[in-house]
Design a protein. Structure first.
Length: 67
């Protein structure tokens, strides 16, 4: 089989690291944007919306250009 032939069998699963135990960014004191992101993150966590939790963490970590 050459490297140009299509695969006809499944690939091994991709294993992603579990980062749920890592610390999340905290709101910057006095920043209303960070405070709002923390509230949105808390609501997302209550609803099991891990995508929104991650988005809020990324934006808070990029303070102040993140929001």
């Amino acid at each position: 089989m050459s490297s140009n032939d299509p695969k006809t069998y499944p690939s091994a699963p991709v294993v992603l690291p579990d980062r749920t135990s890592e610390l999340e960014p905290t709101p910057v004191d006095g920043c209303l944007g960070c405070l709002e992101l923390a509230k949105v993150r808390d609501r997302a966590r209550a609803g099991g919306d891990y995508t929104t939790i991650t988005d809020c963490n990324v934006l808070m970590a990029r303070h102040p250009e993140g929001h």
